[in-house]
Design a binder for this molecule. Structure first.
Ligand SMILES: [Zn+2]
Length: 203
């Protein structure tokens, strides 16, 4: 594939940005003082377009979310949950995606409508892990084009993990023992399967 010809985005929004300057991190240290004390931001880099294609965007045949995976812990006809790549510091992180290669932009309403009740079930399943107070959900989709969302377990009493900052704590809390991570996956997979679909617990 030839090298992508990129140029700086030239919208009115971009024109006013201080590219090359280092943003003040006070919104993090002042706005989330329970998590951040001292942060140095990198200077703003040029924002180039068109962006490089995401995984599975040019060639859906190579989409990792479509291929079978040992990390699938549960699925039904429309949706799948994957987890257990690296054991991190949060009690559970799972990726939720349609079984078929849909983007948010073209997913059939039948698939999207099924996500609502599933989101409720995933929250309940994750909160059934001992020591978990809440299940946070996120959808970024910058790495893979295949529609996917994240479910993250917030430890009970961890007020420093409130909100979006929870995702960063996964790398900073001590990693769980492998057996604990596998047990948490089993709990979520079996709780989901009790409401339908099939669990694939780790052995
Ligand atoms: Zn896909």
């Amino acid at each position: 594939m030839s090298e992508l010809e990129q140029h700086p985005a030239d919208t009115a929004f971009h024109a006013r940005l201080p590219i090359g300057e280092r943003p003040d991190a006070a919104p993090l240290t002042d706005g989330l003082p329970w998590a951040f004390e001292e942060i140095t931001m990198r200077p703003l880099e040029p924002m180039l377009v068109p962006e490089k294609p995401r995984g599975g965007e040019v060639d859906p045949e190579s989409c990792s979310s479509c291929l079978p995976s040992e990390h699938t812990i549960w699925h039904d006809d429309l949706w799948q949950v994957r987890a257990g790549w690296d054991v991190g510091g949060l009690p559970f992180i799972g990726a939720i995606s349609p079984r078929e290669h849909w983007l948010l932009e073209d997913a059939p309403h039948e698939v999207l409508a099924a996500y609502g009740p599933l989101m409720q079930r995933i929250s309940q399943a994750v909160k059934s892990i001992p020591g978990v107070a809440r299940c946070h959900f996120a959808r970024w989709n910058d790495g893979s084009a295949h529609l996917h969302l994240w479910a993250l377990a917030r430890p009970a009493g961890m007020m420093q993990g409130r909100g979006a900052v929870l995702a960063f704590w996964d790398g900073m809390l001590p990693a769980m023992p492998q057996e604990m991570g596998a047990e948490h996956i089993r709990i979520v997979a079996e709780a989901l399967a009790s409401g339908g679909g099939e669990a694939f617990p780790r052995t």
